[in-house]
Design a protein around this ligand. Structure first.
Ligand SMILES: [Zn+2]
Ligand SMILES: [Zn+2]
Length: 55
Protein backbone atom coordinates (compact mmCIF):
# COMPACT_ATOMS: atom_id res chain seq x y z
CA UNK A 1 0.00 0.00 0.00
CA UNK A 2 1.22 3.45 -0.81
CA UNK A 3 -0.79 5.77 1.33
CA UNK A 4 1.79 8.44 1.95
CA UNK A 5 -0.15 10.99 -0.02
CA UNK A 6 -3.12 12.54 1.66
CA UNK A 7 -6.15 10.64 0.60
CA UNK A 8 -9.60 11.01 1.98
CA UNK A 9 -10.56 7.75 3.63
CA UNK A 10 -14.24 8.42 3.10
CA UNK A 11 -14.46 9.20 -0.62
CA UNK A 12 -11.02 7.90 -1.54
CA UNK A 13 -9.91 11.01 -3.36
CA UNK A 14 -6.76 12.99 -2.85
CA UNK A 15 -7.14 16.12 -0.82
CA UNK A 16 -5.02 19.10 0.09
CA UNK A 17 -5.95 18.85 3.72
CA UNK A 18 -7.65 16.23 5.81
CA UNK A 19 -9.57 16.32 9.04
CA UNK A 20 -9.76 13.42 11.45
CA UNK A 21 -13.25 12.27 12.29
CA UNK A 22 -13.93 12.22 16.01
CA UNK A 23 -16.15 9.22 15.62
CA UNK A 24 -14.49 6.77 13.23
CA UNK A 25 -11.00 8.26 13.28
CA UNK A 26 -10.72 8.34 9.52
CA UNK A 27 -9.17 11.28 7.72
CA UNK A 28 -11.59 12.98 5.43
CA UNK A 29 -11.50 15.88 2.99
CA UNK A 30 -13.50 19.08 3.13
CA UNK A 31 -16.11 17.60 0.82
CA UNK A 32 -16.76 14.82 3.30
CA UNK A 33 -17.17 17.16 6.21
CA UNK A 34 -20.69 16.89 7.46
CA UNK A 35 -22.55 20.11 6.61
CA UNK A 36 -24.90 19.65 9.53
CA UNK A 37 -22.27 19.90 12.24
CA UNK A 38 -19.37 22.19 12.93
CA UNK A 39 -17.57 19.44 14.77
CA UNK A 40 -15.12 17.08 13.18
CA UNK A 41 -17.39 14.33 11.96
CA UNK A 42 -17.39 12.89 8.49
CA UNK A 43 -20.66 12.80 6.61
CA UNK A 44 -20.88 9.04 6.88
CA UNK A 45 -20.84 9.07 10.65
CA UNK A 46 -23.42 11.83 10.81
CA UNK A 47 -25.60 9.90 8.38
CA UNK A 48 -25.39 6.84 10.60
CA UNK A 49 -26.35 8.88 13.62
CA UNK A 50 -29.51 9.86 11.84
CA UNK A 51 -28.79 13.56 11.88
CA UNK A 52 -28.98 13.62 8.11
CA UNK A 53 -31.75 11.55 6.66
CA UNK A 54 -32.08 11.38 2.94
CA UNK A 55 -35.23 9.35 2.87
ZN1 LIG B 1 -13.66 12.91 0.91
ZN1 LIG C 1 -16.49 9.32 10.62
Amino acid sequence: MSTKKKTCQVCGKKAASLTECKSCGRSYCSKCQSPSTKQNFCKECVAMEGVVSKS
